[in-house]
Design a protein around this ligand. Structure first.
Ligand SMILES: Cc1ncc(COP(=O)(O)O)c(C=O)c1O
Length: 416
């Protein structure tokens, strides 16, 4: 390990930076090592732990999803630091692969993308009363708008460049978005401010609860009715959008003018009954580490806090320097497996803050050996989807929670 994991910058044996931690403003810098160098830890080329982000897999997924969505356009959600993968490199790769716009949660994240030189449309929809509307207008950020006070705040910011606004109606998810009762007033104010040149009314949109096909159909009907109500009030919505990954793949009538794909592009299925592989999508993140140390212990040996696991026979234990501070869910203790030396082994006992123990039995494992926590799955290693099952959560949470002291290392950057 280069000794720089705490600062989030990985290193190679030659000391050059290989990638960055997941900070929103970070961009990949330095030469990305080739895959062989990363995987062959015996050459000492890899740090103790890292998340390897395969941009070729990501581009493949974006191309696949964009083809499904067409003629609807593809907006790629790179919010939450691109679901833990690193916002700027993933944003660039998404645009290279056919996405025509990007989605982030809020204006500060959108400004980071602009500062990185990204000129494509960027959509941000979570704003509090102190939101940076003037800066957003200046940077040509598309704004999702849920309440009339947001429109008033944009007008009050008085930017010379009127921002495009996407009016959101709550179609059942009950997060942001105007209620049916508040929608007419929101639209009327938007129409007024559009005519006054303070905003440019661009879209009507909503977000689905993904509860059932029936609920999603009801939501689509609500959006369509809201659009009709809006048009009756003099609004024109050039763009309508509703679907994210799930409906974008399975609900053609919800694709409308654009689909806001997220999790599927990261190679994780939005469905319980179909894996990413079934959908022709490739997992993008491989979380890997190196065995820190090993020891032989006798039968009946207790392991980790609470001594919840005891060895059945004399065995080798491998210590892995990743814990719940790095995003490894503690609830997966006693259930999850990792890949070492060409086979799966169980995590033994409780996952701790910085480490967990693997019972490798009689298999020859040594300090420095590669541990794949999750990856593409093609070698037999667990996937993030499997971890989601072990942790009683969704794959989104498994990748998004990988912490900042795990360096992100990028494969497949253009020109490399
Ligand atoms: C408004 C909005 N659009 C799109 C997405 C992408 O959703 P998914 O990751 O399910 O594709 C999200 C994610 O939660 C979202 O909040």
């Amino acid at each position: 390990m280069s000794g720089s994991a705490e600062t989030g910058v990985g290193g190679r044996a030659d000391g050059t930076a290989t990638g960055t931690a997941g900070g929103a403003g970070d961009v990949s810098r330095g030469a990305a090592p080739d895959r062989e160098a990363l995987i062959d830890v015996s050459r000492g080329a890899a740090p103790d732990r890292e998340a390897v982000i395969d941009l070729d897999a990501f581009r493949h997924n974006v191309r696949t999803l964009a083809a499904i969505a067409r003629p609807a356009e593809t907006m790629l959600a790179v919010k939450a630091d691109a679901y833990g993968h690193g916002m700027v490199p993933l944003a660039r790769a998404a645009l290279e692969a056919g996405a025509t716009s990007l989605a982030v949660l809020d204006i500060p994240a959108a400004l980071v993308l602009r500062e990185a030189g990204i000129t494509a449309p960027i959509f941000a929809w979570m704003h509090d009363p102190d939101a940076l509307f003037a800066e957003a207008a200046q940077a040509d950020i598309d704004l999702g708008i849920s309440a009339a006070w947001q429109l008033d705040a944009i007008a009050a910011a008085g930017a010379s460049n009127a921002p495009r606004v996407h009016l959101k109606v709550d179609t059942g998810l009950s997060r942001n978005g105007a209620t049916e009762a508040d929608w007419p007033a929101l639209v009327s104010r938007a129409v007024e401010l559009d005519r006054a040149g303070a905003v440019r009314l661009h879209a009507a949109w909503s977000h689905l609860a993904d509860a059932s096909p029936g609920d999603d159909a009801t939501a689509l009907g609500r959006l369509q009715r809201a659009i009709e109500v809006g048009e009756g009030l003099g609004a024109h919505f050039p763009v309508r959008h509703l679907a994210a990954s799930s409906a974008g793949i399975r609900m053609p009538e919800a694709r409308l003018d654009l689909v806001r794909f997220g999790i599927a592009a990261y190679g994780i299925s939005p469905f319980d009954d179909q894996s990413a592989r079934d959908l022709g999508l490739r997992p993008v993140m491989t979380l890997r580490a190196r065995v820190a140390s090993t020891k032989r212990v006798p039968a009946g040996h207790g392991i980790s806090y609470g001594l919840t696991y005891r060895t059945e026979a004399e065995s080798t234990l491998a210590l892995v320097p990743l814990g719940y501070a790095d995003g490894i869910p503690r609830i997966a203790s006693g259930r999850a497996e990792v890949w070492i030396g060409g086979r799966r082994h169980p995590i033994a006992g409780r996952i701790a803050m910085d480490q967990f123990v693997v019972d490798v039995g009689e298999h020859p494992v040594a300090a420095g050996d590669e541990v794949v926590v999750f990856g593409e799955g093609d070698r037999g290693e667990p996937t993030a989807e499997e971890w989601a099952g072990w942790a009683e959560t969704i794959g989104d949470e498994i990748v998004a929670r990988v912490g900042p002291r795990v360096p992100r290392v990028y494969l497949g950057e253009p020109g490399r």
